[in-house]
Design a protein around this ligand. Structure first.
Ligand code: THU
Length: 147
């Protein structure tokens, strides 16, 4: 485990349990790759999601997308920790599009925890997963030359 990770064991266990339970309900009849995700807000609220695939493949949603949507619907606007779980040797980390979705709400020291059915395998600072992201500041920055 990364030493920068300050989440308590109890909180990490709760995040893991939420993501594991969501993964049980994953709808992945096309890829057969079930994913669960859970996000924790700085105040300790936890929201989970599972991947939801579709016969029209691009219409499917990642587990992280569902967890973030649940957080936002409940009024949450900050992510302190994300846990993603799948059953694969290589370990799972959020896809590129989900890294962008997480970036919208991630606190400066947000952590991403990668888990398998056996537990958390590694924890990485979110900033290392999406350096120099396109963000609100980019949108708000001044034009160099008006068009
Ligand atoms: N998937 C996720 O849910 N999260 C990720 O970060 C990567 C991929 C899902 C999408 C699709 O349902 C399946 O895994 C295979 O790509």
């Amino acid at each position: 485990m990364n030493t920068e990770n300050k989440i308590s064991k109890a909180a990490l266990d709760k995040l893991f349990a939420a993501a594991l339970a969501a993964r049980e309900n994953a709808y992945a009849p096309y890829s057969h790759f079930a994913v669960g995700a859970a996000v924790q807000t700085p105040s300790g609220d936890v929201f989970a999601g599972a991947n939801v695939e579709n016969a029209a493949y691009p219409a499917g949603c990642c587990a992280e997308t569902g967890a973030i949507a649940a957080m936002v619907a409940a009024g949450g606007r900050q992510i302190a920790d994300v846990l993603v779980i799948a059953d694969c040797d290589r370990g799972i980390l959020p896809c590129g599009a989900c890294r962008q979705r997480i970036a919208e709400f991630a606190t400066e020291d947000a952590m991403v925890h990668s888990a398998g059915p056996d537990g958390v395998r590694k924890s990485i600072r979110f900033a290392a997963l999406l350096p120099e992201a396109f963000d609100r500041e980019t949108l708000d920055s001044e034009p160099v030359r008006a068009v």
